[in-house]
Ligand binder design. Structure first.
Ligand SMILES: NC(=O)c1ccc[n+]([C@@H]2O[C@H](COP(=O)([O-])OP(=O)(O)OC[C@H]3O[C@@H](n4cnc5c(N)ncnc54)[C@H](OP(=O)(O)O)[C@@H]3O)[C@@H](O)[C@H]2O)c1
Length: 287
């Protein structure tokens, strides 16, 4: 039976979904919270790895406040660059695979066809830059069992996210304005979690892109959620210029999932289908 550690597993959007997916697969899961383990204390992490006899360490901890990162680059760098390096060094020389999550925001968004793992990153925000630095720090260590999973536009149970926020607002307002000129790959966290475990079970290493199939604008994702929840709210498309945000976001960041499918034999289901499932099981934090 596999034993894994999920950093961020107690409170993170993806971390909680990973723990639930592992439970379902019969893995033993350890999810230390902030109070249980200082993630920057390398000897403490090594001791935790030895004590739990974990064979996989998942890192879902990150500085994820994309706009705030522009004002807090040092803290963003500490969590997105320095922490992966600490974790990478902690597993060095041990028989422990490290699974680290990264983002579509490492790309500049100028492509018009899905981004492959080989495409050249060119982040335009502090968040994207620090996440790319984290990837590079890890790759430079030359770990034999390193898996970097770039994902995007997460929605799912147990924590506020774009879809839950839209549903909350749509329940009380007749109209919502949502940007239509940023296109990406929505990812349902239970699917992302299960597909991540499939990659680990195949012994995959290197960089993978993982999301649900299909693409959407934020406006299309919002409209589909509101329609699926049967809420009488109109979703009005607006350009990004009418919704200024501090951090620059890629206009297009659809992820190419071919490498994932080639290794696992799994074709992720379309995001619309996953969204429907989420809307029906929303109250269930373990789904
Ligand atoms: N969300 C998205 O749409 C998205 C898109 C692309 C990529 N990603 C990537 O996917 C991964 C998971 O994202 P997510 O949305 O699930 O993240 P999240 O919900 O923001 O969770 C982040 C986790 O990190 C923990 N954390 C933050 N600062 C910490 C610190 N100083 N010490 C210890 N723990 C700390 C948080 O714990 P507390 O609850 O205690 O703060 C939380 O458990 C990240 O690598 C992210 O960059 C996310």
């Amino acid at each position: 039976m596999r034993s894994a550690i999920v950093l961020g597993g107690k409170t993170g959007l993806l971390g909680q979904a990973l723990c639930a997916a592992m439970d379902r697969r019969g893995w033993t899961v350890h999810a230390p919270g902030r109070e249980d383990l200082d993630l920057f204390d390398r000897p403490a992490i090594e001791e935790y790895l030895d004590r739990t006899k974990a064979s996989v360490l998942f890192n879902t901890v990150a500085y994820t406040k994309v706009d705030q990162a522009e004002d807090e680059p040092a803290e963003a760098s500490r969590l997105n660059r320095q922490l992966p390096l600490v974790l990478g060094k902690a597993v060095q020389g041990k028989d422990v695979a490290l699974v680290h999550y990264s983002t579509d925001f490492v790309f500049n968004g100028r492509k018009t066809t899905p981004y492959t793992p080989e495409d050249q990153p060119d982040p335009r925000s502090v968040y994207g830059q620090t996440k790319l630095q984290g990837e590079r720090e890890l790759l430079a260590l030359g770990l034999p069992s390193l898996l970097i999973i770039r994902t995007s536009w997460l929605f799912g149970p147990c924590k506020t996210n774009f879809v839950t926020r839209i549903l909350e607002l749509a329940a009380t307002r007749p109209e919502l304005s949502v940007v239509h000129d940023q296109i990406g790959s929505p990812s349902y966290t239970p699917d992302l979690a299960a597909n991540s475990l499939a990659l680990v079970e195949k012994g995959a290493t290197g960089i993978f892109h993982l999301a649900n199939a299909g693409q959407a604008s934020w406006c299309e994702l919002a409209a589909e959620a509101v329609r699926g929840a049967d809420l009488p709210c109109r979703i009005k498309p607006i350009p990004s210029s009418e919704y200024p945000q501090k951090a620059c976001r890629p206009a297009y960041s659809v992820l190419d999932l071919a490498r994932f499918t080639a290794v696992t034999g799994i074709a992720p289901r379309p995001w619309v289908q996953a969204l429907r499932e989420f809307l029906f099981s929303r109250e269930d934090c373990t789904s």
